[in-house]
Design a protein around this ligand. Structure first.
Ligand code: ZN
Length: 176
């Protein structure tokens, strides 16, 4: 096979992600990451380097924030009343929560402080402002199915149709 990574291919990877000298996530041969190339399923700095790679290729890449999760924005922090957060009693500092704005859009945030009346939420992605180092091995490349191309994501072994319907509804909402 002389398959190379290009748009509309489904790629499986083993990788280790290291941030500030600490391993943040790991996908190995037994539990690879699958993604649809060219569909912005992964950060731009990694997707760009994978273009043209072949099965068996191994490489390391260091990705600055602007090609990963963006700069850390001091303004993306909000203090809101405890009453607006469901299940507040189960939260602690460092928990992730999903909150909806008045238009019904949902956002993920990290709880950074809990006071008597309020919760301080940080809407920056957890890896915003970080430089990421990936050690990658390309494990597999296959053409995407029609359905995967239509949806813009992989339907792998863990494919959950119910969740997918939900997710695709969300995508629809985003386009409105
Ligand atoms: Zn889908």
């Amino acid at each position: 096979m002389t398959d190379i990574i290009a748009s509309d291919k489904v790629v499986s990877l083993a990788y280790t992600l290291t941030v500030d000298g600490e391993v943040i996530s790991e996908f190995d041969v037994n539990d690879p990451l699958e993604y649809l190339h060219g569909a912005e399923n992964i950060i731009p700095g990694l997707e760009r380097v994978l273009e043209g790679k072949r099965v068996g290729d191994r490489f390391s890449v260091t990705v600055p924030p602007e090609d990963a999760y963006g700069d850390y924005e001091e303004d993306d922090i909000d203090e809101i009343p405890r009453s607006e957060i469901p299940a507040i009693e189960t939260l602690e500092e460092g928990s992730m929560v999903e909150v909806e704005d008045e238009d019904g859009y949902s956002f993920y945030a990290t709880v950074t402080r809990i006071t008597a009346d309020t919760v301080v939420l940080d809407f920056n992605p957890p890896l915003a402002g970080k430089t990421l180092t990936y050690d990658v091995e390309v494990l597999g490349i296959r053409p995407a199915t029609e359905e995967e191309l239509e949806h813009g994501h992989v339907h792998g072994d863990d494919y959950d149709e119910d969740y997918d319907d939900y997710e695709d509804d969300e995508d629809y909402d985003d386009e409105e």
